[in-house]
Design a protein around this ligand. Structure first.
Ligand SMILES: [Zn+2]
Length: 348
């Protein structure tokens, strides 16, 4: 079905572009289908099934307190309220209770897209939260698994990871860039892991990374940027992304992954990552990581490292990564994300 048909059926004015924009977002196809069903009352909630003539109790299985329709399941159910409050967006889903589910949904999508752009990371997190609530509810009903806030947050994380993979596959092209920076002096106490390559084949681009993590909200900010301290402009070449993490270490490992994706997309051939985390280096050296939260990300780092002729992660002093630290702190507090690539004119 075309976006215009969907929009018309839902009674939205396509002229204002809201729904069209939602539909053109770069998100997982299964999320698009899910959203379409959700906004079309096509999700098999108990109330929807009941309205189709199926005989069953309409009471929500998670709380036993209300009829299970979209509004209840995704906003007002106690577990949903806790998930929204504890998620990276810190939304109080019970506020504005007179808004219909659809109105409430579009309110946030419009707000985030207006502030962050079409592919707003907050929209992605918002959609991933709805998806996580739905998966958790199904697991509860069909597999008798307990629905807890942390279980839903884990589903959200999986959704965000899958979304990350999707973004990665859609890399439009590789850019070419060489910098003349050669790092020859390392701070005392440095340690490193060489993931790929040999050391004696020319200049290496250095990227500084850092993670910032808030224990109570679990908000995470990952920052990275080129270590050129004397660029001609003030423009930061790098990026920052907010998200959700279970630990400071997970945040640091994710920052490493994001920086390598960025470097691959920027066409950098030989890269050294500077991090102030000794544990990141230790994890990358180890063949025996048991923390399941980290296994996937570490495997992805190793996979992406194969794109480079040289890829190394160095432990450095905290002061050395100050620029990345500032980015990470800002993004974990403001929930803002950005990404900048070196312009073609700066490539030689
Ligand atoms: Zn409920």
């Amino acid at each position: 079905m075309l976006a215009t048909e969907v929009a018309n059926e839902l009674g939205f004015d396509i002229g204002n572009g809201d729904f069209k924009t939602l539909w053109s977002m770069n998100i997982l196809p299964k999320w698009k289908l899910f959203l379409w069903k959700l906004l079309h009352n096509g999700i098999a909630t108990k109330v929807n099934l009941g309205q189709r003539g199926i005989q069953l109790s309409m009471i929500c299985d998670l709380c036993g307190m209300g009829d299970e329709d979209n509004q209840h399941l995704f906003r007002f159910c106690e577990i949903a309220q806790q998930v929204w409050r504890n998620g990276a967006l810190v939304i109080h889903s019970e506020f504005n209770e007179t808004m219909s589910f659809k109105e409430w949904f579009l309110f946030y999508i419009r707000l985030f897209q207006r502030q962050d752009g079409k592919n707003s990371p907050r929209c992605i997190y918002f959609i991933s939260t709805l998806w996580g609530l739905w998966l958790s509810r199904n697991n509860h009903i069909f597999r008798k698994e307990a629905t807890t806030v942390s279980a839903v947050l884990a589903f959200i994380k999986i959704g965000l990871d899958q979304h990350g993979i999707l973004q990665d596959q859609r890399k439009p092209f590789l850019r070419f860039m060489h910098t003349s920076e050669v790092i020859s002096v390392f701070p005392p106490g440095f340690s490193r892991v060489i993931l790929v390559g040999a050391e004696d084949h020319g200049p290496i681009t250095t990227i500084v990374i850092d993670g910032s993590w808030h224990k109570n909200t679990r908000n995470a900010g990952m920052g990275w940027c080129l270590d050129n301290q004397y660029t001609p402009s003030d423009r930061i070449l790098g990026g920052a992304q907010f998200g959700y993490a279970d630990s400071a270490l997970q945040t640091e490992v994710t920052a490493c992954l994001l920086s390598l994706r960025w470097a691959a997309e920027a066409g950098i051939g030989r890269v050294t990552i500077f991090s102030d985390s000794q544990r990141l280096v230790d994890l990358l050296r180890s063949d025996d990581v048991t923390d399941i939260q980290l296994i996937w990300t570490l495997a992805e780092i190793r996979r992406i490292a194969k794109n480079f002729n040289w890829c190394c992660v160095n432990k450095v002093d905290r002061k050395r990564v100050q620029h990345a630290h500032d980015l990470a702190t800002a993004t974990s507090t403001l929930l803002l994300s950005f990404i900048n690539f070196p312009s073609l004119s700066s490539c030689h």
